[in-house]
Design a protein around this ligand. Structure first.
Ligand SMILES: Nc1ncnc2c1ncn2[C@@H]1O[C@H](COP(=O)(O)OP(=O)(O)OP(=O)(O)O)[C@@H](O)[C@H]1O
Ligand SMILES: [Mg+2]
Length: 143
């Protein structure tokens, strides 16, 4: 996959294909911010990648803030949606998760606390067009 990447997909299967192509460029230590409205498909995208890496029980970490999956890769799956303040992230040791360069870290709703992101990260922007269609944009941010 060449970045920046942008596509309109018409089905869940097409989203899964995009997720697999993106997964193939990821390396341990990468951070991926997923932004997009409620129900746009952020969790679906992370599940598609974790399935591809042979983890079949990924779930939304909305209430737990973070889930950890051990499979072909080590995955941290965050969701910032229910966070009230940045201190809650420090309380669960967010910085140690970020520093773990053996893990690939996905963050749903990263835009809610953008100041916590490292200087280099992938960003996935998903827009729900209708029941089955999504616009998916993937960028590499470097600052
Ligand atoms: N082309 C598609 N790609 C991804 N998901 C799709 C597609 N078409 C339909 N869906 C459905 O859209 C829903 C996306 O829900 P999901 O929980 O992944 O959203 P989310 O962005 O994580 O929401 P939240 O902000 O609540 O965490 C799923 O029910 C999925 O089956
Ligand atoms: Mg979600």
């Amino acid at each position: 996959m060449e970045l920046p990447f942008k596509i309109v997909v018409k089905s869940e299967e097409e989203t899964e294909q995009v997720a697999k192509q993106f997964a193939d460029i990821l390396e341990a230590g990468n951070i991926i911010a997923l932004n997009g409205n409620l129900g746009s498909g952020k969790t679906f995208f992370v599940k598609a990648i974790s399935n591809y890496w042979n983890y079949n029980d990924a779930n939304s970490p909305t209430f737990s803030i973070v889930n950890e999956y051990l499979c072909d890769k080590k995955i941290y799956h965050f969701d910032f949606y229910r966070l009230n303040k940045i201190e809650e992230l420090y309380d669960i040791g967010f910085e140690e998760y970020l520093m773990d360069d053996e893990a690939v870290t996905f963050i749903e709703w990263a835009e809610m606390i953008p100041e916590i992101l490292p200087s280099t990260y992938y960003e996935i922007k998903i827009v729900r067009l209708n029941d089955s269609e999504r616009s998916i944009e993937i960028l590499l941010n470097r600052s």
